[in-house]
Ligand binder design. Structure first.
Ligand code: DLZ
Length: 165
């Protein structure tokens, strides 16, 4: 079913499933902290606003976005979470090896998703400028952390729904 929304944080709250038992891990990169801390706050507050208990949100920091893949793998293997959200920010203008980092993370998260029993949600900003990242971390274009949180809730529900059959 196609979403009628272009921004995943514009959601119909009546479609949000029961989240009271959901456990969500968030792995967030320290690099570009001014941006990533806002993504993290957006994700955390959106989970809580939609019924996830603060006690069921596990947040772990890694040095840079490249470490998000290993961080997510650790949470998949060593915690009891139902989904992992990765949050980071890579800016082309400030990062000489932008394409290598972005490709590595994208491939890594894709591979983890294929191997893991729980969904890994991709919340990596890959922008050309700092302003574009500011716009997407609680600025004029919303907060990609919020979108990642809603996506996590929906994917956990899908996984649980199919597991119950
Ligand atoms: C090295 C590096 C650079 C140049 N730029 C960024 C960036 O824009 N965003 C980010 O999250 N991390 C960056 N890093 C750090 C790498 O992700 C990684 O932490 C280091 O290469 C060590 O593995």
């Amino acid at each position: 079913m196609a979403t009628q929304y272009h921004n995943l944080s514009d959601y119909d709250p009546t479609t949000i499933p029961d989240t009271s038992a959901m456990k969500v891990g968030i792995v967030v990169a320290d690099w570009n902290y001014d941006i990533t801390s806002k993504l993290m706050e957006g994700a955390r507050s959106t989970l809580i606003k939609n019924g996830v208990s603060p006690d069921n949100i596990l947040i772990r920091w890694v040095p840079g976005s490249f470490e998000l893949v290993y961080g997510a793998k650790l949470l998949v293997q060593k915690s009891e979470v139902d989904a992992v959200i990765v949050l980071g920010c890579v800016i082309r203008g400030e990062t000489p090896h932008f394409d290598y980092i972005c490709d590595g993370i994208t491939q890594g998260i894709t591979t983890l998703n294929l191997q893991s029993k729980i969904p890994i949600i991709f919340g990596l900003l890959t922008n050309n400028t700092m302003q574009q990242s500011i716009d997407r971390a609680g600025g004029v274009l919303g907060n990609k952390g919020d979108e990642a949180a809603i996506t996590a809730i929906k994917m956990i529900a899908l996984n649980k729904n199919l597991s119950d059959k």
